[in-house]
Write a protein that binds this ligand. Structure first.
Ligand code: PBG
Length: 335
């Protein structure tokens, strides 16, 4: 499409920017509450939440508090919630067996949510880092992250989550071959309707710092994740990984982080047309929130602007810690 403009003054593009009504009429992308997947940190206990210092306004919630907030999300029209557990220290081991314990925190949360709010989609995270003594997403032997052994663990984790009632499985581990293995296992076990949202283009990013505080992995992480997460300088590789994951049975794909990677979102959407999501990660939230709290940025405004830009870049939806606040702002008409 090559829109042409008549020469000035026949064309004065400002005509259509003159009023709110005209701007609304000609806006190319809009944001609504059903664009959001809300990532939530959960913890053991009752009637408790602990604020996360590096993510002002975000806390780890005990499951009773989770239910209250999940009701709020559903009432605001948010379609999906994504669970991230803070695992008790004594359950973190080298084998990561807690990851596929049917009674682990995440699986209990899934059952609770599906019993109470069956229409709210529940997404999970599949990676070993919340359960791993060394903070890595995969099993580690002699300092090496093991690919194929990790996949076996991830498949067990996936099946336990599907069994608990998860609607969307979110592999964030970046091992090779995991999507095919998970898809095969889900089919074989009769979970043909469980969707996979693959973290297909996940970069080795400094923007995950606050998240690692939230799940208690920062102090533990030995080394970095560069042998499995992507190099920030790469773009063609993202397309190859998305192609691979779709061909192995992913239903939806993700680019992560979000805002510094909007060019990747656009390329992925243009190339594949698949349901495409971006994760506005913890560090992005912290930047916007921190600056707003200092009075340096207009918080509600940059929140909605940043989220709209994901839509403009081709995303069908966004994982965002702002989901509740943004849905509320949209409802009140504050654009
Ligand atoms: C790990 C995982 C990470 C995030 C989601 N899943 C962190 C990492 O890869 O180290 C980051 C999310 C965020 O920063 O908000 N499986």
């Amino acid at each position: 499409m090559h829109p042409t403009l008549a020469p000035y003054p026949a064309s004065r593009p400002r005509r259509l920017r003159r009023t709110n009504a005209l701007r609304g009429l000609t806006r190319e992308t809009t944001l609504t509450a059903d664009d959001f997947i809300w990532p939530v940190f959960i913890r053991e206990g009752n009637d408790t939440e602990d604020p996360i210092a590096s993510m002002p306004g975000v806390a780890r919630l005990s499951l009773d508090r989770l239910l209250v907030r999940a009701h709020e999300a559903a009432d605001l029209g948010i379609p999906a919630i994504c669970l991230f557990p803070y695992t008790e220290q004594h359950l973190r081991t080298e084998e990561c067996a807690e990851a596929w314990n049917p009674e682990n925190l995440t699986n209990r949360a899934i059952r609770l949510l599906k019993a109470e709010l069956p229409d709210l989609a529940v997404m999970t995270d599949v990676a070993l880092d919340p359960y791993n003594i060394n903070g890595h997403d995969g099993l580690v032997r002699d300092g090496v992250i093991l690919n194929d052994e990790t996949i076996e663990a991830l498949v067990k984790m996936t099946l336990a989550q599907a069994e608990a009632g998860a609607d969307i499985i979110g592999p964030s581990d970046m091992m090779d071959g995991r999507i095919g293995a998970m898809r095969g296992a889900l089919e074989a076990a009769g979970f043909q309707d469980v969707a996979i949202l693959s973290y297909a283009a996940k970069y080795a990013s400094g923007f995950y710092g606050p998240f690692r505080d939230a799940v208690g992995a920062s102090g533990r992480l030995v080394g970095d994740k560069k042998t499995y997460q992507m190099d920030p300088g790469n773009s063609d590789e993202a397309l190859r990984l998305v192609a691979r994951d779709l061909s192995e049975g992913a239903d939806m794909v993700m680019v992560k982080p979000g805002m510094p990677y909007l060019d990747i979102c656009r390329r992925v959407k243009d190339q594949f047309g698949a349901p495409t999501y971006a994760y506005q990660v913890s560090g992005e939230y912290a930047m916007l929130r921190g600056a707003a709290d200092q009075g340096w940025l207009d918080g509600p405004r940059v929140m909605l602007e940043s989220l709209t830009c994901f839509k403009r870049a081709g995303c069908d939806g966004i994982l965002t810690y702002f989901a509740i606040e943004a849905a509320r702002a949209l409802r009140s008409g504050a654009i």
